[in-house]
Design a protein around this ligand. Structure first.
Ligand SMILES: [Ca+2]
Ligand SMILES: [Ca+2]
Length: 244
């Protein structure tokens, strides 16, 4: 999500160009809190040095920066802040133009989703559903059943799940549905987007898996992070995901 305070250089900066000199400072910041924008600008911008300027200064407040974000100020994802600071000196008048671009994390999909910077939003649904029900619940939340793409992502899933050590009795406590299946061709696992499993970046099956044959066509991830096949009618916990 991008907010721009300004998309053009205003007139005073273009007029009488031959009599003016220009300087431009571009700065990039990465912050890990939803910014109150103004403190960031006043803190980081050379505007602080203005009282010592000997010349007359004109401020061109073209458009105040406004932030609007559904996630509110509790958002913990990284915010990128790009600031363009353009100074125009024309005889005894100096004009300063500040253009700020703030890029915030995408809006949190819904309650209980947690943001993992650089990866996505994740939610463990702790009540048991069939694979099809699980798929549909993620879609209703604007996300999709988890597709593992890396060892790093598998590590994230392990750590989220660790916080819920006891969801069910028996083996159902140790596998959660993810968005892969072999419904179309036995043994050929694809994601719910139809991409072959070996194109996802993560194909770590548990030992002797997949082993259910035609009686198990749905994928689940074990607490240790390895993949299993199971019958999609089993009611398991499941992970929903939204990539960044
Ligand atoms: Ca993923
Ligand atoms: Ca199968």
């Amino acid at each position: 999500m991008t907010f721009r305070s300004l998309s053009h250089v205003p007139e005073p900066f273009l007029r009488n160009r031959q009599f003016c000199s220009y300087s431009r400072i571009s700065q990039h910041y990465r912050v890990h809190k939803s910014p109150p924008m103004v403190p960031i600008l006043s803190h980081t911008n050379p505007i602080n040095t203005i009282p010592s300027y000997p010349s007359k200064i004109h401020f061109n407040i073209v458009h105040p920066v406004q932030l609007s974000h559904g996630a509110g100020h509790k958002e913990t994802g990284p915010w990128e802040v790009d600031i363009d600071h353009i100074t125009s000196k024309c005889e005894d008048t100096e004009s300063i133009l500040i253009v700020a671009k703030v890029t915030g994390p995408p809006q949190r999909p819904g309650k209980d989703y947690e943001l993992v910077p650089g990866l996505g939003y994740y939610k463990l649904h702790t009540s048991g559903k069939t694979w099809l029900e699980a798929r549909d619940i993620c879609v209703q939340e604007g996300t999709h059943l988890l597709i593992l793409n890396s060892e790093k992502e598998a590590g994230v899933i392990r750590s989220i799940w660790k916080r819920h050590p006891r969801l069910f009795d028996g083996w159902r406590n140790s596998c959660a549905y993810i968005g892969i299946h072999d419904e179309y061709a036995e043994g050929e696992y694809v994601t719910l987007f139809g991409e072959p499993l070996n194109g996802t970046g993560y194909t770590t099956w548990a030992q002797n898996e997949p082993g259910e044959g035609t009686s198990g066509n749905s994928g689940c991830v074990g607490r240790e992070g390895a993949l299993y096949d199971t019958n999609g009618n089993n009611e398991l916990a499941f992970f929903c995901e939204q990539e960044l």
